[in-house]
Design a protein around this ligand. Structure first.
Ligand SMILES: NC(=O)c1ccc[n+]([C@@H]2O[C@H](COP(=O)([O-])OP(=O)(O)OC[C@H]3O[C@@H](n4cnc5c(N)ncnc54)[C@H](OP(=O)(O)O)[C@@H]3O)[C@@H](O)[C@H]2O)c1
Length: 316
C-alpha cells in the first residue's frame, strides 16, 4: 500500500514518515528537500521523495495533480493552511485516492467551554489561523458528503518533541522560563495560573495518523483530537517542572494587564493566544474508534524536550 506524506520531514513527519515504513507501507515524502528530519532513522533510505514547492505549484494550479499522480492509497497532508489549498487537493484527489488525511489543530474550537471538549462541539474559532483551519475542516467534511471524498481530519494539540522548545508554563515559547525554574528563581504567572495547555508528543500524533489509516472505515468522515491524556494548568505545570529540576516552586501571580507589561510584546501575544483558548480536549473518540492511547504524558513529553534543550545549550 502506497502512502504520500506532504510535509513529511517536519515536527510530525520526522516520526510519522519512518513509522509508516516500519508498518510496511511504501512511502513518498513530499517537500522542497530543504529540511532534515528531527530524528535520524534507517527507514529514510527506503523513502521515495518528491521535491516540489507547494506554494509555487499551487499558484500554477498543478499541486493537486502532482499529488494525484503518485496514485497513493492514502495521502497525509501535514501542511495545509488555506481553504484554497484544501480545495485544490480535494478536486485532484476525488476518485484517485482511498484516503486523504488532513492535519488540523485544536484551535478550530476557539475558547474552551464545558471541558473536556469533544469533537462534536460547534466550532467557534477566533484568530486567522484557527478560522482558516476550521474552514478547511468544514470544506473537507462537505466533500465527504457531497462527493464521497474519503477524508479524515486529525486535530493535534501543542506539538512537543526533542529538537524545539515546547510551550512553557507561561503559555509562550521563551526558554528562559525553564532556565529560571531550573535555577529556582521566582517566575511570574498570569492570573491565578488556572488556564490550561494541551500538549502532545509528536510520536503520539504520528501514531494517530497510522491508526487512522489502519482503521480507515471507522476514520472516514471523522475528526479526532490528538492530544495527551490530560491538559495542564499553568500553575501545576510550573510546580511540576520546578520539582523535576529539584527546586522549590517560587511562583507569583499577576493580573493579566499587569503581567503582560513585564514580558516582550511577542511573548505576551503568544501567551494571550494560548490563555484565551485554554484548550482541554477529549481523546475518548480516538481511543474508541482508532485505539489511540498516547505513550507520553504531557509532562513526560515536555521533560524529554527540555532535556534536549538543556543538552544543546538552549537553556542556560
Ligand atoms: N506547531 C504546533 O504546535 C501545531 C499544533 C497543532 C496543529 N499543528 C498543525 O501541524 C501541521 C504542521 O506540522 P509540522 O509542525 O510537523 O510541520 P512543519 O514542522 O512546519 O514541517 C513543514 C514540512 O513541510 C515542508 N514544506 C515547507 N514549506 C514547503 C513548501 N513550500 N513546499 C513543499 N514542502 C514544504 C517542510 O520541508 P521543506 O522545508 O524541506 O520543504 C517540512 O517537511 C500543520 O497542519 C499545523 O496546523 C501544529
Amino acid at each position: 500500500m502506497r502512502v504520500a506524506v506532504i510535509g513529511g520531514t517536519g515536527h510530525i513527519g520526522s516520526y510519522l514518515t519512518p513509522m509508516l515504513v516500519e508498518a510496511g507501507y511504501s512511502v513518498t515524502c513530499v517537500s522542497r528537500g530543504v529540511r532534515r528530519p528531527y530524528k535520524e532513522h534507517p527507514a529514510w533510505r527506503s523513502i521515495k521523495t518528491l521535491q516540489i514547492d507547494r506554494l509555487a505549484e499551487e499558484e500554477a494550479g498543478t499541486f493537486g495533480e502532482r499529488i494525484a499522480e503518485l496514485e497513493a492509497d492514502a495521502v497525509i497532508d501535514l501542511t495545509c493552511y488555506y481553504p484554497a489549498s484544501a480545495q485544490q487537493l480535494a478536486n485532484a484527489l476525488r476518485g484517485r485516492t482511498g484516503h486523504l488525511l488532513h492535519c488540523g489543530t485544536i484551535w478550530v474550537h476557539g475558547p474552551s467551554g464545558s471541558v473536556p471538549t469533544t469533537e462534536d462541539r460547534p466550532r467557534n474559532p477566533f484568530g486567522d489561523y484557527g478560522i482558516r483551519k476550521a474552514a478547511i475542516e468544514a470544506l473537507f467534511m462537505n466533500e465527504v458528503d457531497a462527493s464521497s471524498l474519503p477524508v479524515t481530519v486529525l486535530h493535534p494539540g501543542h506539538l512537543v518533541g526533542p529538537g524545539w522548545a515546547p510551550i512553557n508554563p507561561l503559555g509562550n515559547f521563551n526558554t528562559a522560563v525553564f532556565a529560571a525554574l531550573r535555577r529556582g528563581d521566582e517566575i511570574r504567572i498570569p492570573n491565578f495560573g488556572m488556564e490550561t495547555l494541551n500538549h502532545v508528543h509528536v510520536e503520539d500524533v504520528a501514531q494517530a495518523f497510522l491508526l487512522a489509516i489502519q482503521n480507515r472505515s471507522a476514520a472516514i468522515g471523522q475528526s479526532f483530537h490528538v492530544v495527551a491524556a490530560s491538559a495542564l494548568t499553568l500553575r501545576w505545570y510550573a510546580e511540576q517542572m520546578a520539582d523535576w529540576f529539584h527546586q522549590p516552586a517560587r511562583l507569583s501571580f499577576l493580573p493579566w494587564d499587569e503581567w503582560k507589561l513585564g514580558v516582550s510584546a511577542k511573548d505576551a501575544a503568544v501567551t494571550e493566544d494560548h490563555l484565551r483558548h485554554s484548550p482541554n480536549c477529549s481523546i475518548e473518540k480516538a481511543r474508541r474508534l482508532l485505539g489511540y492511547e498516547p505513550r507520553y504524558s504531557p509532562l513526560a513529553a515536555i521533560q524529554e524536550s527540555v532535556s534536549w534543550l538543556a543538552a544543546n545549550g538552549a537553556i542556560s
